[in-house]
Write a protein that binds this ligand. Structure first.
Ligand code: 13P
Length: 250
């Protein structure tokens, strides 16, 4: 299974800035190490330019930060998988913690997005993770199970598991500089793997589980080497090409 190095640019970068960073990354990571793939996830407005900048880059992919679970219709401000694919995206995030906690997305909506996105031909990265209060209250396993099951509830069990990623992003580690410890990452990823095997059987071993939360060049190689860590989802440290390239090449 190829390891996925995903750059979530969140609400950063104009079209020109995104194109510059993407081109620079394609140059710096012209040949990602064997078994590694790079995924760039710019804001919607910069999808086309980012895609153009990496069009000839080997093992580079384009993703979107969100989608709405309908082909078209009266959904002001939303965007459909068909529109994302039209811009060149092959991946999309569903249920990023900022959408759950700032925009109020429910488990049920995240599940609809995951199922609809997959049915529309996108690869989906379902994001799960506990808040600090939930962790302190000993509710890690319960939260991960609830979000993972709800997120995957509408997905056919015979789906190609290589089209699914689950990103474990503890909310308290996102943008805080606090990175989960190795034991905490292994524990959470083990829980996710067990859930995936429970839902998809042996195929659950083929879905990728990513870690996200304050991944930096200095901690990436240790994290990527842990059990059941099949990639990383990087926010702040993905904004500069030089810094993110050092994660991809770590
Ligand atoms: P940071 O890498 O900035 O902590 O963000 C993680 C994240 O939310 C990626 O989706």
């Amino acid at each position: 299974m190829n390891k996925l190095f995903a750059a979530n640019w969140k609400m950063h970068k104009t079209r020109a800035e995104a194109a510059t960073t993407a081109s620079e990354l394609a140059r710096l990571c012209a040949a990602p190490p064997a078994g590694r793939e790079v995924l760039l996830i710019p804001p919607f407005t910069a999808l086309a330019e980012t895609g153009a900048a990496i069009a000839t880059a080997d093992r580079f992919f384009l993703g979107a930060q969100n989608l709405y679970p309908a082909d078209h219709g009266a959904f002001t401000g939303e965007i459909s998988p068909a529109m994302l694919k039209d811009c060149g995206a092959t991946f999309a995030l569903a249920g990023h913690s900022e959408r759950r906690h700032i925009l109020g997305e429910s488990d049920a909506l995240v599940g609809e997005k995951t199922a609809f996105g997959l049915a529309s031909g996108l690869k989906i990265i379902l994001c799960v993770g506990e808040t600090l209060d939930e962790r302190k209250a000993g509710r890690l396993a319960e939260v991960i199970e609830r979000q993972t099951r709800a997120g995957l509830s509408g997905v056919p069990v015979d789906v190609d598991p290589e089209r699914i990623c689950v990103a474990y992003e503890p909310v308290w580690a996102i943008g805080t500089g606090l990175v989960a410890g190795s034991a905490e990452i292994v524990e959470a990823h083990g829980l996710v793997r067990k859930l995936l095997e429970g839902i998809f059987g042996a195929n659950g071993r083929l879905a990728r589980i990513l870690y996200g939360g304050s991944v930096k060049p200095g901690n990436a190689s240790e994290i990527i080497g842990l059990d059941n860590v099949d990639g990383v989802l990087v926010g702040g440290a993905s904004l500069k090409a030089d810094e993110f390239s050092r994660i991809v090449l770590a």
